[in-house]
Design a protein around this ligand. Structure first.
Ligand SMILES: CC(C)(COP(=O)(O)OP(=O)(O)OC[C@H]1O[C@@H](n2cnc3c(N)ncnc32)[C@H](O)[C@@H]1OP(=O)(O)O)[C@@H](O)C(=O)NCCC(=O)NCCS
Length: 197
């Protein structure tokens, strides 16, 4: 991935790209991806790691409406993650909460069970974060990761996210309070190391 030539208009959030890596392809998410993505909402361990209190109260029709409308959004980017070896949709990556005045965004990622720990998350994170800095012109991308999720934290550190502080007791999960770490990656750092600090 390369930066646009100086003076070239940037594509903006309305453009929904397809981004290819060696292991994964990121492409615009659609309503038809809901069956594959459903475990993100129904699996107890994924719900815990993402701090999703909604649990099993998901509504498949509402999810179809949600995913079917992501392509129309001009202030966020929702991409399905496809494992290239199998063609299977394994999760999603999202740039959201765009603050246009400060050129910043939030990032989140979630893969369905059975796909973790094979390098797919690291590559997917590099691809969408690279798009955010190089094509969308973001200056800052930030995220929060819970203390009980060292695997996700490791992925973020590998790609260059830096811890900024602890959000104490940010989550109340099954009677236990859990800290979150705020992490960010800035454009100058990205342009220096391109996701390999
Ligand atoms: C977080 C997630 C996207 C990461 O993707 P992934 O494909 O599993 O991650 P990768 O295989 O690319 O990398 C995992 C890294 O964590 C390391 N790791 C795994 N378990 C670990 C643990 N308990 N402690 C520390 N590091 C750990 C792996 O060794 C690997 O690092 P390495 O390449 O240096 O060996 C994925 O696991 C997921 O969706 N999990 C459930 C939802 C979730 O946690 N979302 C993030 C919320 S903040």
């Amino acid at each position: 991935m390369t930066d646009p030539a100086p003076g070239t208009p940037r594509p903006g959030f309305r453009h929904k790209p397809t981004l290819d890596g060696d292991l994964v392809r990121l492409r615009p998410v659609t309503a038809d991806d809901v069956p594959a993505l459903l475990p993100l909402f129904t699996d107890p361990e994924v719900s815990r790691l993402t701090g999703s209190h909604e649990g099993e109260t998901y509504d498949e029709e509402a999810l179809r409406t949600w995913y079917g409308s992501r392509g129309d959004q001009d202030d966020r980017l929702d991409l399905a993650v496809v494992e290239r070896a199998t063609g299977r949709v394994i999760g999603e990556v999202v740039l959201n909460l765009w603050d246009r005045h400060n050129e910043s965004c939030s990032f989140r990622i979630g893969f369905v069970p059975g796909t973790h720990g094979r390098g797919l998350g690291t590559e997917a994170t590099r691809l969408i974060v690279g798009h955010g800095f190089e094509q969308l012109g973001l200056h800052r991308i930030s995220l929060e990761v819970y203390a009980f999720n060292p695997r996700a934290r490791r992925v973020y550190e590998k790609v260059g996210f830096t811890p900024e502080g602890t959000l104490r007791d940010a989550l109340l999960w099954q009677g236990r309070r859990v800290d979150a770490t705020l992490m960010s990656l800035l454009a100058p750092d990205w342009h220096h190391h391109r996701g390999r600090p």
